[in-house]
Write a protein that binds this ligand. Structure first.
Ligand SMILES: [Zn+2]
Ligand SMILES: [Zn+2]
Length: 255
């Protein structure tokens, strides 16, 4: 199994994962054109995509869906409670509805949707399994939910939100209610909360950690990486650390 991140931050998120004969997009929060160019840089085309898995309906996760679903005609997998929102946005797409905790088969992948805690309609994280390995995919969550930890035990790779540094957030000049939202239990994971996730699920076969959804204003790649590296050093853990960025492709990481 392998994953590449076409873009990630509060301004737009899209990843591609592939195993066996199956290639999936996870979130499509950038333009269809950028997705096509990103896929081309990964050596694949839009025609190679078998499905699109959506985490939740915020624009930075579905902004490209209407155009993209028209172009690809592939099935869109999302929470059943998103049915009306997405049908309004992309009425011609074919949908398959997911239930947190109930796994589905998508081509060569087993996909387990898991509940996360975010101010959206039934937001989902995922565990993707194929080729005998598992990838946890957790973004846009204000806290570590009860469902999350058991589902993430034993993953070989983890795509994980590391949204903000608390000091930078408080010094950002943002309105207090926005700061409260971001820090709240329906908001986003800070660098240190991301570290807590890794502390709780680290095991000897966790090979890759991809830090994602960094806020451009309230975090920096260096700051997020340093916070997670401190945790890995503390655990004497050799996992390889990757940072997903908004404007640069994170090329294929082989899980
Ligand atoms: Zn987001
Ligand atoms: Zn969101």
């Amino acid at each position: 199994m392998k994953i590449a991140v076409l873009a990630s931050s509060s301004r737009g998120n899209a990843s591609v994962i592939a195993a066996g004969k199956t290639t999936l997009l996870v979130d499509v929060g950038i333009s269809a054109r950028r997705i096509r160019l990103g896929l081309e840089a990964c050596g694949i085309g839009l025609g190679d995509i078998h499905g699109i898995c959506i985490t939740h309906e915020h624009t930075d996760h579905i902004g490209g869906l209407a155009v993209l679903s028209g172009k690809t005609k592939v099935k869109v997998y999302c929470s059943r409670y998103l049915r009306n929102d997405l049908r309004e946005l992309a009425p011609d797409a074919a949908y398959a509805f997911l239930e947190p905790g109930t796994g589905v088969r998508i081509g060569d992948f087993s996909v387990l949707p898991i509940s996360v805690s975010h101010d959206a309609v039934d937001p989902l994280g995922y565990v993707f399994e194929a080729d005998g390995v598992r990838l946890g995919y957790i973004t846009d969550t204000g806290r570590i939910t009860r469902a999350m930890l058991p589902a993430l035990q034993g993953v070989q790779a983890l795509y994980l939100e590391s949204n903000y540094d608390p000091d930078m957030l408080h010094n950002s000049g943002r309105p207090p209610e926005l700061i409260e939202r971001i820090e709240g239990q329906w908001g986003h994971l800070s660098n240190s909360q991301a570290g807590d996730v890794v502390r709780q699920i680290a095991h000897s076969d966790l090979r890759h950690i991809i830090l994602a959804h960094l806020s451009p204003e309230c975090n920096t790649p260096a700051c997020a990486a340093a916070a997670m590296q401190t945790v890995l050093d503390e655990l004497h853990h050799p996992a390889e650390l990757h940072i997903a960025r908004q404007t640069e492709l994170l090329p294929w990481v082989n899980v």
